[in-house]
Design a protein. Structure first.
Length: 450
């Protein structure tokens, strides 16, 4: 009995220590089993307390009266599947007649308390079927990306969502995006993760960093073109517009619209072209858009030229394989004419911590009021937390894993051989001194011990 008591105390102490210091390890060892038992045991009473049950049908009541049986109980949504994950549980429910997915979403906070979980979110899979994702701990406190992600062309796993799933930046689904955030809010880390994910793909990276290149020029070995001032940026954007027009001519020549050609083989963008003819897709990263849009002159030809080129690329660049990533601290009408037209073309929206409500409305005011409220509630001490949404109105709380500048530089140097040489962008290719050396250590301590 003494040995059993000692073993039990050690197990409880280990579980408590893991829950405090390593919540992910605690979940995988103890938490997932306890949470599954809680859900299965409490499910009926929790659904009844949350008002997610329906009374028995008339034919069941009539059958009970005819057979002199007790009145049947109210019915809860039926559990189709209960699947444990590395961060929580996924519960798939079949709704009863008369129920709606909104009923489950409205009761998500009450289910979180009743099942003793950290967070509960839900989405409708199909008509009558709802997926409830429960997280067992704060997955955004210490972001750990899963080892296996969904690898597809032009799809980058860039952050982790609060429900434990991976947040992807899918350029073929959402070609252009806007990223907002105050100073020290985590925009640079988000951008480094994006560049690090794109570095291993067959894509041309084009950067515009008018802060004298302090953010993007350290990653220059993986960039096909870089600009560090508005004058060079204007010329670079004109070159991209010219490339876009040439790509459209190529697509037009290869459309082959005849009665003998199947519909699936008619080309409408670069992804419909054969592999040997497909131009290299281009991702344009603008680090601080205000440096391009602001001007001391009332009618600045250079500024109008830049905004016009950006608007044209946002409106027409998708089919030509040119995608925009616009970053800034603010993105409103105070930046001048054409800005709101450009913002309307940026489908993807990501907002880190902002200094005022107006900045959050610039990102989500025309999409979702709930996302605006969530963006202004991000605390200053949680750098990297962001709200990601799109034009459909859906939004998620995300956080990118911390990637230092040295780590991003090492990744770009490792994949420097993938940097394509585009003739249109050759004048803007960054000048590199010497050849890439071996990966540098991530800290001075590592260099000392090496």
């Amino acid at each position: 009995m003494t040995a059993f008591t000692v073993a039990l105390v050690l197990i409880v102490a280990t579980a408590g220590l893991l829950q405090w210091r390593r919540p992910a390890w605690y979940w995988l060892t103890f938490g997932v089993t306890l949470a599954t038992l809680r859900v299965l045991i409490r499910y009926g009473s929790v659904m009844d307390a949350c008002g997610l049950t329906v009374p028995p049908s008339r034919w069941r009541l009539a059958l009970a009266r005819m057979t002199n049986r007790p009145v049947p109980e109210s019915r809860s949504p039926r559990i189709l599947r209960l699947r444990p994950t590395r961060t929580g549980l996924v519960l798939r429910l079949k709704l009863q007649p008369g129920q709606d997915a909104f009923d489950i979403a409205a009761a998500s906070d009450r289910m979180r308390h009743s099942f003793s979980m950290y967070g509960v979110t839900c989405r409708e899979v199909r008509s009558g079927v709802v997926e409830v994702r429960m997280t067992g701990y704060d997955v955004l406190k210490r972001v750990q990306m899963p080892a296996k992600v969904d690898d597809r062309p032009m799809r980058v796993p860039v952050a982790l969502r609060e429900d434990g799933s991976v947040h992807y930046r899918d350029y073929r689904a959402i070609p252009h995006a806007l990223t907002l955030g105050a100073t020290e809010s985590g925009k640079s880390v988000y951008q480094r993760n994006l560049v690090a994910g794109l570095a291993a793909m067959d894509v041309a990276l084009v950067g515009i960093d008018c802060k004298q290149g302090v953010e993007l020029f350290p990653l220059a070995r993986r960039f096909s073109a870089l600009a560090d001032n508005p004058d060079t940026a204007a010329e670079l954007l004109d070159a991209l517009v010219a490339r876009m027009e040439d790509v459209y001519q190529l697509i037009r020549a290869e459309q082959r619209i005849t009665s003998a050609v199947p519909d699936a083989e008619i080309a409408a963008d670069i992804w419909d072209l054969p592999d040997h003819l497909r131009p290299t897709p281009v991702v344009v990263l603008v680090d601080e858009v205000a440096e391009l849009a602001l001007s001391t002159k009332k009618n600045d030809p250079r500024r109008d030229r830049i905004i016009k080129a950006l608007v044209r690329l946002a409106q027409l660049g998708r089919a030509a394989g040119i995608y925009l990533e616009i970053c800034g601290q603010r993105f409103g009408s105070e930046l001048g004419d054409g800005i709101t037209m450009l913002r309307a073309q940026l489908t993807g929206r990501t907002a880190h911590r902002v200094n005022d409500e107006a900045s959050a409305k610039m990102a989500f005011g025309d999409i979702s009021p709930d996302a605006v409220l969530a963006a202004i509630q991000i605390p200053a001490e949680t750098r990297g937390i962001a709200i990601a949404g799109d034009s459909t109105g859906g939004w998620h709380r995300i956080r990118a894993p911390h990637t230092s500048l040295r780590q991003a530089v090492n990744i770009c140097n490792r994949h420097a051989d993938r940097t394509p040489d585009l003739p249109e962008l050759a004048p803007f290719r960054p000048a590199l001194s010497g050849t890439p050396t071996a990966e540098a250590p991530l800290s001075k301590a590592a260099a000392t011990t090496a």
